[in-house]
Unconditional design. Sequence first.
Length: 252
Amino acid sequence: MKKQLLAVTVALLVLLSISALAATPQGSRYDQQIQQAVSQKIHGKKQLQNVSSSVEDGMVALTGTVSLYQDKLEAAKKIKKIDYIAGIRNDITVTGANVPDAQLQQKLAKKLAYDRVGYFDNTFNYITTSVNDGVVTFAGAAYWGVPVDDAMAMAAAMPGVKDVVNDVKVLPTSQFDDSLRIRTARAIYRDSVLGRYGSDPAHPIRIVVDNGHVTLYGSVGSSMDKTLAGMRANQVPGVFSVDNKLVIDKNL
C-alpha cells in the first residue's frame, strides 16, 4: 500500500513539474544565463559603462547613455550572437556633444562629397543629407549598398549625431542600366563644354539610372550647360527618359 502511495506521489510531482515547465516561456529559462553573458560583453568596454541591461523571456532591453551613436550600435552588435536571445530592444540614449543641425549637415555633406572618389561608382551615386534635432536622414539613390554603408558609418562616428535614418534607394542590379550609365557618362564628359565638370571628382554631374530612366543631379555653371547635359543624355540610345535636376551655380 505504501509503495502504491509513493508511486502516486512521485507521479503527481512529475506532472506538476512538467506543467510548471510548460507554463514557463521558452526564453525565460535562460534569462539568468543571458543576463550574465550580456553584462560581460557590455561592461568590458569603457564607452559602454553607462549602459544597463535587463532580460525577460529572452528579450534583452538596453538602456542608459553613450557619447556616440556608433557606441549605441556597438552595444547591440556585441550581444546579438549570445545564445538563446529572442531579440534586442535598444533604448540607449546618445547624450554626447550637442552640435547645431546646420553644422552637422555641412560636415556630413562634405564627407559624402569626397567619399569613394576614384571608384567606378562615384558618379552614379546621389546621396543627400538632412539633419533635424541631431537625427540624420540620408536619401537619394545609390548604385549599390557600399556607399550607403559608408554614409551610415560616417554619421555614426560623428559627435552630435543622435540617430540615423536610411531612406536611400539601392538601385536594382541590371546590365542594361549599367550599359546606360557608362554610355551616358561618356556622352556628357566627352563633350568639350561639359568635360570640365569631371575635373573635381567629388562634385561630378551625377548620373542615376533606374530601369532605363536617367536622372541628372549636381551643379553646373550655367543654364546652357544644364540644357546641354540633358541633350547629351537624351541622345544615348536606349534611354527611356531623362529628368534633368541639375542646379545652376554661377560660382562654378
